[in-house]
Design a protein around this ligand. Structure first.
Ligand SMILES: [Zn+2]
Length: 403
């Protein structure tokens, strides 16, 4: 029945247009790094405050970029040059220095994204960025007083945005793999000794080419004993074997994980074990060389159609000039996700959230509350028309278990 399929598709497309960027579609971010969230506008505020003179070519001048696409300004680094991105990132991260700065950038990210419909966010923090210090002998220390002071400020911003918009936010602690195994061990020890109620997950981030997951056994075990659930960056730059390794050491979610598309057996494992990928299309377009700066060959849609659970993410929203609305909009317009598919993406993200069961349940129910009769009908027809497989099974079970 090809004509019927076509009319369903067009109908879904019409409903998708115009509603993606707006609040009626609840959205979730599981993967954003706090220092990477700083927009050009906020970077200028921080540079002025700390008397830092920025490089001349740090930002595009007014008029040299599309203000609608980059409402908060645009960093001027060569998107084809990974080194240039890292340099820009370091300049921005160095502007964030005290508790007030962390309050400012956390509040700015959450407000911007809450206004675009974000109902839940996990923000990745790194003790090394927050409170690295060297003693008189040059020995590396993490300063606990500073850490708690900064985390208090971050949590104050979280609570204020929750008060205003109802947005729930949790934090992940993270170890940076390219700093060396000793640094990662130190981070994990520090996290174990300095628990925070809002830190509900652990991440390994940083350059994926540096070290192997098996080098960090001390860290995997220590974090399991706290216990904190783990999301590891893998399969962004490296291949499927990196994802397999992350899973072998207990990761429940994978940061990026796009290389899974190259390995059907791995995809089956992701589906079987309910692993969720935190995909970040704009970040991947800029940083993953094999995409050559376009999303033409990006596997977001193919992974979804195979039934892999995934969420869409901002990763370093400020540096990449993106936000939650833009990533959902890209999913809709570039990858053809319909409104009900995006609602399914939001539900998959919530189901994988590192948050208590009662809050998770409430957020899932409030997302189902957004479903209109038309959405339920669209979902049922869409699921019925899919070929047998994991996606069909998941969507049909959503219809069957309609709350
Ligand atoms: Zn990341």
């Amino acid at each position: 029945m090809p004509y019927r399929n076509l009319s369903v598709k067009l109908n879904l497309y019409r409903q998708t247009r115009g509603s993606i960027m707006n609040t009626p579609l609840p959205k979730v971010i599981l993967h954003e790094h706090i220092e990477g969230s700083v927009t050009p506008e906020t970077a200028l505020v921080l540079a002025k405050k700390h008397n830092v003179s920025l490089p001349d070519d740090f930002l595009y001048p007014e008029g040299a970029y599309d203000k609608d696409a980059f409402p908060n300004g645009r960093y001027q680094y060569d998107e084809t040059d990974f080194g240039a991105f890292v340099t820009a990132y370091d300049v921005v991260a160095d502007l964030v220095r005290d508790a007030d700065d962390y309050y400012l950038i956390m509040k700015d990210y959450l407000l911007r994204n809450a206004q675009q419909g974000m109902i839940y966010c996990e923000m990745i923090t790194s003790a090394f960025h927050l409170c690295y210090q060297e003693d008189a002998q040059g020995k590396v220390l993490l300063n606990a007083d500073k850490y708690h002071d900064f985390m208090d400020a971050i949590e104050r911003a979280i609570n204020e945005v929750k008060e205003e918009y109802g947005t729930e936010t949790r934090l992940q602690a993270c170890g940076v793999r390219h700093l060396s195994r000793e640094h990662l061990d130190l981070s994990a020890d520090f996290i174990a000794k300095n628990p925070r109620k809002m830190v509900t997950g652990f991440n390994i981030a940083g350059n994926e080419m540096a070290g192997e997951f098996e080098d960090f056994i001390y860290v995997h075990e220590l974090i399991d004993n706290i216990p904190l659930p783990k999301s590891y960056h893998a399969g962004e730059i490296r291949g499927p074997e990196s994802i397999r390794d992350a899973l072998a050491f207990g990761a429940k979610r994978i940061g990026h994980g796009i290389a899974a598309i190259k390995d059907d057996e791995l995809i089956e494992k992701l589906i079987r074990d309910n692993i969720t990928l935190e995909v970040a299309p704009t970040s991947n377009r800029i940083l993953v060389t094999e995409f050559e700066q376009t999303l033409d060959n990006h596997p977001l849609r193919r992974l979804y159609e195979k039934g892999v659970r995934l969420s869409v993410n901002t990763d370093d929203a400020g540096l990449f000039g993106t936000d939650v609305g833009k990533e959902y909009h890209i999913a809709a317009t570039v990858f053809g996700f319909s409104r009900v598919e995006l609602l399914d993406v939001t539900l998959c993200a919530l189901e994988a959230a590192f948050v208590s069961d009662d809050i998770k349940h409430d957020m899932i129910m409030s997302t189902y509350d957004v479903f209109t009769d038309q959405d339920w009908q669209d979902l049922e027809i869409h699921a019925a028309n899919l070929p047998d497989g994991a996606l069909k099974t998941r969507l049909q079970s959503r219809v069957k278990n309609k709350p």
